[in-house]
Design a protein around this ligand. Structure first.
Ligand code: ZN
Length: 249
C-alpha cells in the first residue's frame, strides 16, 4: 500500500506501522502542485501540511522591501509546513512551489491528532523537523560566507536531488531569488558553468550535464544538508554523476 506514495516520511511510517499509515492516508487528499503556488504566506497560520510526493517546494524568507532568499528546500523526503505543526505561532516565511508535482495534504489540526496518537509518526516528524532546522542554520552560514557560483552549484544539486531529475524549468530571476544573489551575479555564475559544459540552459530549461564537476564547485553546504548525508540513499549523487558523465561521453 505504501507504493501509493513516494514520500519518505509516509513510506517509513508504512514500514513501522501499517495500521497508522492506512489511517493517515485515509485523511490525506492528493493535491497537485503548480509552479509558483503559495502553500503558506508570511505571518499567516498555515492550514495544511503537505507530504511531498513529487516536485519541490522552497521555504523562503522575505524582507519588508520585497527581497527574498530561500532558506530550505522540501522534496519527497519531507513535509512542507512542518514548522506550523509544531506550534501555534504564524511564521515569517513563504512556502512556494518551485517545481510542479503532487503532494498529499491534510488540515494541520488533523495531522496533530495523528501525531498525538502515534509515536512512530511523532518520531518521524521530529527527525524531519531537526533536518529542516539544520538546513536553516546552514543557509545562514552559506549566504554569509560562500560565493554566488558556489551557492548556485549547491542549489542546483539540492534541487536536482529533491526533484530526482537533472533537468528542470526555471528562470534566472527565480534562481537569483532562491540563491539570494543579485540577478547579474547569478547570470554570470550560470554563464561560467555553461561555458565549462557543466550545465546547459535553453528556452527556460536547465540541464545538469556534469554533476561530478558541479559537485566540486558547490560549497560544502550541499554535502551537509544533502538527503544522502542525512539518512537517505547515498546512491543518489553517485547515480547522477554516473548518468550525466555517461551522457556526455
Ligand atoms: Zn554554502
Amino acid at each position: 500500500m505504501s507504493e501509493r506514495t513516494r514520500n519518505d516520511v509516509l513510506r517509513e511510517l508504512a514500514q513501522s506501522d501499517q495500521r497508522v499509515f492506512a489511517q493517515l492516508m485515509y485523511d490525506l487528499e492528493p493535491h497537485p502542485l503548480q509552479r509558483g503556488d503559495l502553500l503558506g504566506s508570511p505571518r499567516v497560520v498555515a492550514e495544511h501540511l503537505y507530504f511531498i510526493d513529487s516536485g519541490v517546494v522552497s521555504l523562503v524568507a522575505n524582507t519588508r522591501s520585497g527581497n527574498s532568499v530561500e532558506v530550505a528546500l522540501v522534496g519527497r523526503e519531507g513535509v512542507a509546513g512542518i514548522a506550523d505543526a509544531l506550534g501555534n505561532q504564524p511564521l515569517p516565511y513563504s512556502l512556494i512551489v518551485q517545481l510542479p508535482g503532487l503532494a498529499y495534504r491534510a488540515p494541520k489540526a488533523l495531522i496533530r491528532e495523528h501525531i498525538l496518537s502515534c509515536s512512530a509518526l511523532h518520531e518521524l516528524l521530529m527527525n524531519y523537523s531537526q533536518r529542516v532546522m539544520h538546513q536553516l542554520a546552514q543557509s545562514a552560514l552559506c549566504n554569509r560566507f560562500h560565493t554566488s557560483v558556489q551557492r548556485l552549484a549547491r542549489w542546483l544539486l539540492l534541487t536536482a536531488e529533491r526533484a530526482d531529475t537533472n533537468r528542470f524549468e526555471l528562470t534566472h530571476e527565480f534562481v537569483a531569488q532562491m540563491v539570494g544573489a543579485p540577478r547579474s551575479a547569478v547570470s554570470e555564475s550560470a554563464s561560467t558553468l555553461r561555458a565549462k559544459g557543466i550545465i546547459d540552459y535553453r528556452r527556460g530549461v536547465l540541464t545538469i550535464r556534469n554533476a561530478k564537476r558541479l559537485h566540486k564547485i558547490a560549497c560544502e553546504c550541499f554535502d551537509v544538508v544533502s538527503h544522502s548525508a542525512n539518512g537517505g540513499s547515498g546512491a543518489w549523487l553517485a547515480d547522477l554523476k554516473k548518468s550525466t558523465a555517461s551522457r556526455n561521453g
